[in-house]
Design a protein. Structure first.
Length: 537
């Protein structure tokens, strides 16, 4: 009996320890389960508050969405909440997008999250539910409104009912119906989509199946186009376009690409490389000399690289057949960035690498580099009109290098078509042979009412405005220059042989210098604009 009495306290102690362990285990398990359940069920986290819809913004200077929330965690949640990905519940079959940088929510504070690639997607009404996914695969849902995400796809592809493009997938699907017409109805960011393939975006249209429809960008922006195809020809957002012209159509007026804004492109290809388009193509069964494929208000910023026929906007807008040259009309378009070609025969320009179309009201800024036929606006230009255009690009190459046009060539059945009229160049130009502030080699063009101001350096045939003119069989110069000038102070050149008249910087900023120029409707001059040089109205 005494023995039993001495054992009882030991048993009681053991039992107490066992019960305590069980209770602690239950408590710990309950706490862990409660935390997970709370995160899995959004409504259970009542302390999570979301700021007003107005603070969900998409600044145009960003390429991602920006979400601002005020996070106030329940007392039972002590660990940090790390957001690693997100999805939009209203976008069917959307896979979670992994954030490039995981975001840790700060307790009792305003948190601003950058949502990668958000604007590659769209919803059909302003209200959307963003599911923020944590590192342990739980989630928090946040309802927001953003009118910038609203876009409804549709359309049949006719001119009066074009197919509506709302997101990256819609844009990619253009290649499935190359003869339809399209209308962009929302900004589209290709930062993630164009990197799904290691080679980047596959250009729309190729030598077998060319794009033949109409594309209206409606002044929306397509940003972050990425292409890395150094062994492939016909590279750009579009690879090749085509149009058929009936012999009775003396001047087609249809605009095939218009109001397109490409921002921050990074494009690498082989031959025929442009930010917007690799090459225009025209069926050779017609007998007209005009501009069958039209580009209006098309703008590109970024970097474009290739071997030859490289342009910031279009690689080649040119077809020569039996000395008949065809090219699309390009109007009110521009490029800002770097265009570079590395082949010995190059042909690279800030706007177009090789061109035979009519250019009106276009410009380029940035840097253009190559070896042969290198121009701030056009690398190799056929006999057609360049009117009211300018370049503010720095240009460097070896042969036939110009601030506006590298080489104006003779490949034409109608030499009278070649004119450069009311144009100018501001950038520096450097090369070896045939180097000019405006044109490196001017085979046949008439240059009038134009000027250049940048520094010009080279070894052979270097001119302040024109490096050298082409010669006929009698060695008479074919190219002509009238009422055109260059800044002898800045260019470092002083030639006055009929290929441009040298004027000092002060004279170049004085209206009376420019004899016969139209300062009523075409030109203007103001000390506070364009560094005081004349500018196009």
């Amino acid at each position: 009996m005494d023995k039993l009495k001495s054992i009882s306290p030991i048993i009681a102690t053991v039992l107490l320890i066992i019960v305590t362990v069980i209770i602690v285990t239950i408590i710990l398990s309950f706490g862990k389960g409660f935390t997970t359940t709370s995160l899995d069920k959004t409504k259970a986290i009542k302390e999570l508050t979301v700021s007003d819809a107005g603070v969900f913004v998409y600044p145009k200077s960003f390429s991602d969405g920006v979400l601002q929330i005020n996070y106030q965690p329940p007392n039972n949640i002590q660990e940090p909440i790390i957001i690693t990905s997100y999805k939009i519940l209203e976008v069917s079959d959307m896979e979670p997008v992994t954030l490039s940088t995981p975001f840790t929510l700060t307790n009792n504070s305003t948190n601003i999250l950058s949502l990668d690639c958000l604007y590659e997607y769209s919803v059909e009404n302003p209200e959307m539910t963003i599911e923020l996914i944590t590192s342990d695969n739980t989630y928090i849902t946040v309802k927001q409104r953003d009118i910038g995400m609203v876009c409804s796809s549709g359309g049949t592809g006719t001119e009066i009912d074009p197919i509506i493009i709302c997101n990256a997938e819609d844009l990619n699907n253009v290649r499935n119906h190359l003869d339809y017409n399209y209308s962009l109805e929302k900004d589209v960011d290709l930062k993630c989509f164009s990197r799904l393939d290691v080679n980047g975006w596959e250009p729309i249209g190729n030598t077998t199946d060319k794009f033949r429809g109409l594309f209206n960008g409606n002044n929306y922006t397509i940003s972050n186009l990425y292409i890395n195809r150094p062994e492939t020809n016909y590279i750009g957002l579009f690879g090749m376009t085509d149009t058929e012209i009936n012999v009775n159509d003396s001047q087609p007026t249809k605009i095939h690409m218009q109001n397109i804004f490409l921002k921050d492109v990074n494009v690498i290809g082989k031959y025929y490389v442009g930010g917007l388009l690799g090459r225009t193509y025209y069926t050779d069964n017609f007998e007209v000399y005009n501009w069958p494929f039209n580009f209006f208000n098309c703008n590109v910023t970024g970097n474009v690289y290739g071997l030859a026929n490289v342009g910031g906007l279009i690689g080649e807008n040119y077809l020569s057949d039996n000395y008949k040259m065809y090219g699309g009309k390009i109007q009110n378009s521009n490029f800002n960035g770097t265009a570079s070609a590395t082949a010995t025969w190059s042909a690279v320009g800030g706007l177009v690498g090789r061109n035979a179309g009519y250019l009106l009201n276009n410009y380029s800024t940035g840097n253009v580099t190559g070896i042969n036929r290198v121009g701030g606006l056009i690398g190799d230009h056929g006999s057609n009109l360049i009117e009211k255009c300018y370049s503010n690009s720095s240009v460097s190459g070896t042969n036939n290098v110009g601030g506006l046009v590298g080489e104006q060539n003779m490949d034409s059945y109608d030499l009278s078509k070649g004119r450069i009229y009311n144009c100018y160049s501001l950038g520096s130009v450097s090369g070896t042979n045939n180097v000019g502030g405006l044109i490196g080699l001017n085979q046949v063009s008439t240059v009038s009412y134009s000027y250049s101001t940048g520094s010009v350096s080279g070894t052979t045939n270097v001119g302040g405005l024109v490096g050298i003119n082409g010669l006929d069989e009698s060695y008479e110069e074919l190219g002509t220059t009238t009422n055109s000038y260059y800044d002898t102070t800045i260019s470092g050149q002083s030639d006055n042989d009929g290929r441009g008249v040298p004027k000092t910087t002060t004279e170049m900023k004085t209206q009376s210098t420019f004899t016969g120029w139209n300062f009523s409707t075409i030109w203007n001059i103001d000390p506070s604009i364009n560094s005081g040089y004349p500018y196009l109205r």
